[in-house]
Write a protein that binds this ligand. Sequence first.
Ligand code: AMP
Length: 224
Amino acid sequence: MPELNLVLLGPPGAGKGTQAERLIKDFKLPYVATGKMLRDAVDSESELGLKAKSFMDAGDLVPDDLIVVMILERLAQGDADQGFVLDGFPRTEFQAKALDAELTKLGRKLTAALWIDAPEEEVVKRLSGRRECVKNRHVFNVYFDPPKHEDRCDMDGSRLEAREDDDPEVVKRRLAIYAQRTAPLIDYYEHREILKRVDGSRSTDAVGDAIRATIATLKFEEAV
Ligand code: AMP
C-alpha cells in the first residue's frame, strides 16, 4: 500500500491520542493532532493561539476557517507526503470536505477513518483522570495509567496537571458538541466506504491490536 492516510474519529476521551502514539511508532507516520497544535499555539501566544484560546477554554470548536488553514499548512510541510495520522481533525463536515478537496487536488485520498467508539460514562471517567505534564505534554491517567510519583511526569519529571477543558462542565459541553458536529462524520465516511469501527471501551492494548488488525486487512485488500 503506497500511502497510509488515516483519520482517527471518536469522542473526546476515546483514546485517540494514545492509539495515535502506537500507530506513528508502528507505521512511522507523522502525527497531526489539531488539539495539540492549538495548545502549542496558545502557549506560544501566537496570533492563532490568541484567537483560539477562548473557544478552547469553553469547550467550543475553533472556527473552521482557522483550523483548515492550520491543517493545510501542516500537511504541506512534506513529511506527510507518504501518509499521516490525523487526530482531532476533521471535526465538522466543512473540515472533512476541505480535507477531501485538498487530497483530491494532490491525487491522494484517505485510506481509512478509524472510529474509536466508547460509551459516554467511560470517556467521562477517562477525561476526569487525565493529567498532562507541563513540559512535554506526556499524558497519564490517575485511574488507568498512573504516574510512578504523584503529580510528576515519569518521562521528564515535570509537574502534571489536568487540562483546563477536562473540567466536568466543559467536558459535558465538548461531548454535546461532538454529538452534534462531529458524530455525523461517521455517516460521512461510511458513505465513502472507508469507515472502520473499533470498540474503544476495551484496554489500550486490546484496542491497539484491533487497529493493527484493521490496518493489516486494509493492506491485504490493497495487495490482492
Ligand atoms: P482535543 O485535544 O482534540 O480534544 O482538542 C482540544 C480543543 O481544541 C477542542 O475542544 C477544540 O476547542 C479545539 N480543536 C481541536 N481540533 C479542532 C478542530 N478540528 N476543529 C475545531 N476545534 C478544534
